[in-house]
Write a protein that binds this ligand. Structure first.
Ligand SMILES: [Zn+2]
Length: 401
């Protein structure tokens, strides 16, 4: 049984590693961040150094004593992040400093959008990484996917856009990798985990916008999850109108009325049903979509009108969520967000529709820095599995001592 002191020590080691994951830091910065004294910090750093997890990156000379800058050692571990989406299954291996080591993609064409097609593609991606194993220890694998995901069972419950139901991702990965820790999450939630890590003090509603519309809610520094382990905030298929056949089978979904499909429909007079569009977009509409995103950076009057209409629906859902959750920030990101004017427009639409005291004080921002989905998936796995990894390393160390 680990004593209380042991437990505190292990927690401190994990906090230290996570702090360094944000970037290299001087001993002084680490002491302040962990709120520990000089001798405790020396002890912690020495232990991680012995295990090959941290190293001195450089030494700063200034007035007074020189200070040591500590950083993670890039080969302390590696993590694989995999994104499963409409267009492909894509994996990236990251080193302990969060840098990309290698990647492998299996594109998905329309006829492959089924449990069988995705199972094969996921197996291919996993097998690539299995056959390219590194000397550094694999800390875990994170898989993120669009749709409703059950993290407890490790399965994609339902992703209409991928045409997948009850896909046992964890089982497929275990068949190939054995007993490696695997985390399966919703894609927006995996980026939410990253955002929560970087910015834990503000409750934040993340909205991803493109052909699909998704969301994640960061509450008290963590991504909100129901006890059942399901991902929530599948806002793309919240019903906002009494018309509009969505590819998911429902009528009046937010995605039908507010996504980029809705913009193309209004702006380019697109006649295809949403189902046809989603199933064949890659092959037929990719150019139109790219053209749209280019024009939307500086939209003409008619294009702006299309967004104004679409964002009325988006404003209903986001506004209702703001009334409900009272986030301090709403952050818009994704392939379809190509200008700051989009945040202005959405904010305007929300404040037109809701009374000031109803929605309260919140900021609406556009996130320009594009974080890879794979990075989010890998980070969510790192966050979840680092404690077990540290514990096992310490045991090994003791066993050999
Ligand atoms: Zn729908």
């Amino acid at each position: 049984m680990a004593s209380r002191t042991e437990e505190i020590r292990r927690e401190n080691l994990i906090r230290l590693l996570l702090k360094l994951f944000k970037g290299d830091a001087t001993r002084g910065e680490l002491k302040a961040s962990l709120r520990v004294g000089t001798s405790t910090l020396s002890y912690l750093v020495a232990e991680l150094r012995e295990q090959g997890m941290v190293e001195e990156r450089k030494r700063l000379y200034r007035v007074g004593r020189p200070s040591q800058v500590i950083g993670l050692q890039e080969d302390a571990w590696n993590v694989i992040g995999i994104k499963m989406g409409r267009e492909g299954v894509s994996g990236v291996r990251f080193n302990a400093r969060g840098q990309k080591m290698e990647s492998f993609v299996r594109p998905i064409l329309s006829h492959m959008r089924s449990n069988k097609g995705y199972t094969e593609a996921l197996r291919d991606v996993l097998l690539y990484f299995k056959t390219h194993e590194r000397k550094t220890p694999l800390l875990g694998i994170g898989v993120c996917s669009s749709g409703t995901v059950d993290s407890h069972r490790g399965e994609i419950v339902h992703s209409p856009v991928m045409n997948v139901e009850h896909l046992g991702v964890q089982q497929i990965a275990t068949e190939i990798f054995g007993e490696i820790p695997i985390l399966v999450t919703n894609d927006v939630d995996s980026l939410g985990a990253f955002e929560a890590f970087l910015n834990p003090r503000k409750d934040t509603l993340l909205i991803s916008y493109g052909i699909g519309i998704g969301a994640s809610y960061i509450h008290r520094g963590r991504v909100f999850h129901p006890v059942r382990g399901l991902s929530s905030f599948e806002i793309g298929h919240m019903v906002v109108a009494n018309d509009g056949n969505c590819y998911c089978g429902q009528v009046g979904c937010l995605e039908y009325h507010a996504s980029e499909y809705a913009i193309l429909r209004r702006y380019q007079g697109l006649r295809e049903s949403f189902r046809d569009f989603v199933e064949r977009e890659e092959e037929l509409f990719k150019d139109k979509l790219l053209e749209l995103r280019k024009r939307a950076r500086d939209p003409d009057h008619r294009l702006l009108r299309a967004y104004e209409e679409a964002f009325q629906y988006l404003a209903l859902v986001v506004g209702n969520l703001v009334v409900l959750l009272k986030p301090a920030r709403v952050v818009l990101f994704g392939e379809g967000i190509v200008g700051d004017w989009m945040a202005d427009l959405l904010y305007k639409r929300i404040t037109e529709r809701f009374a000031p005291l109803m929605v309260g004080d919140f900021t609406l921002e556009v996130e320009h820095r594009i974080r890879l989905w794979e990075e989010g998936a890998a980070f969510a796995a790192l966050l979840k599995f680092l404690p077990a990894f540290v514990a096992s390393r310490r045991e090994k160390q003791r066993g050999s001592a």
